[in-house]
Design a protein around this ligand. Sequence first.
Ligand code: GLN
Length: 482
Amino acid sequence: MKHTISELRAAYASGDTTPTEAIRSLSETIVSRDGDIGGYLSHDLETALAEAAHADLAKPLGGVPIAIKDLINVKGHPCSCASKMLHGHYTSPYDATVIRKLREAGAIPFGRANMDEFAMGSSNENSGIQICRNPWDTDRIPGGSSGGSAAIVASDTAIAALGSDTGGSIRQPASHCGVVGLKPTYGRVSRFGLVAFASSLDQIGPLTKTTEDAARLLQAISGHDERDSTSLKEPVPDYVAALGQDIAGLKIGLPKEYFAEGLNPQVRAAVETAVKQLESLGAETVEISLPNTEHAVAVYYIIATAEASANLARFDGVRYGHRAANPEDLLDHYKRSRAEGFGEEVKRRIILGTYVLSSGYYDAYYLRAQKVRTLIREDFTKAFSQVDLIASPVSPTPPFRLGEKLDDPLAMYLADIYTISANLAGICGISVPCGFAETEGAARPLPVGLQLLGKPFGETDLLRAAHAYEQSTDWHRQRAFA
Ligand code: GLN
């Protein structure tokens, strides 16, 4: 189904289709198309049809099916985090707050989107369940960790999806698959019911076909939640209403460290053309500096792994998930349940995280990383005293080949360079389609995303600029499947 959320709502209103028909048609496309992509881990047609029968079309997302990354709890649905630890072992007993809010807005959670195991990865190759492919070239990665969410929106087997972004996991796959991906400000959206990877960095956000749809989903899921003390009591503006405003006079910073060595020339060209387009719409651009960028990858991979090692301690074979057969004693039970249940990358992160938190190394690594995190945050505070938004690439290269970086975790980590700082600083960011890169060996030119970063709770400016850019270009209308 090619429909955006707005188009689907219009089709419901005019009587062209109904939620029941839309869900049936979506399910047929999933069955015929997703075998080659692998973006869905499962979808429950019967439950969705039962909900569609009672859809309230007067609500903002009335009868709109939304696919959910497989680490957000939806009552009665499986939730595996694409891990053998939970796959086949766990059904959510409750709705995450974002799901409760989606339901209040009339939406229907439909389908579990593939991902890197426990959201650790940038290529979706760490999924413990199945490979996910880029719909533009099925020999290539869709990005990660919300690779499934991006791939199904891009291949029109979903109208829109929710993902999560700890270090780029919404923006990077959105960029690689040619869709819109928004990471809200830390504290904008409740994390209650999101399986935690790195709690000080995780945020849930939308992956959609247009910026307008991103605004609609953000509108529905935002706001304070007493069940998540890190969600803030900041009022929720009317994001959709802000879209029409022009961007004349908006000041956009171009961080020189994000346009430096290592940036693929085709990606650079697409992003620079996009910046010119923003200028022609009346934005003013100025070079800025984020001097601590060079430390961001190291800091992120210390803090994120430290938090992950604590968060994943709960998967011990006692309460949740996979349990080893016939353990000799309790220690053997823990060891084997975890060794068998977790994949390689998850184990690597738990070991790294445990190491940087261990006595003797805590001060040298974890504490130092926290201090540098403060410097990175201060870089942004300083930058945002001069500019309203920051523009940059999302990923240094077009989507790479499946398997290409699997043996080189460091190369994989380094590719997160432009996205992770936003999570360390807690600010908001979006990726919007801004062109295609001719890539050697690729079946066709591959999508490139433009990243815009905004001040804390600056989603209105972010969406307004992304929308203005999008409306003046044609990139978001190009589809992977004709
Ligand atoms: N690629 C990053 C990582 O592997 C980010 C993942 C994410 O945002 N969940 O940790």
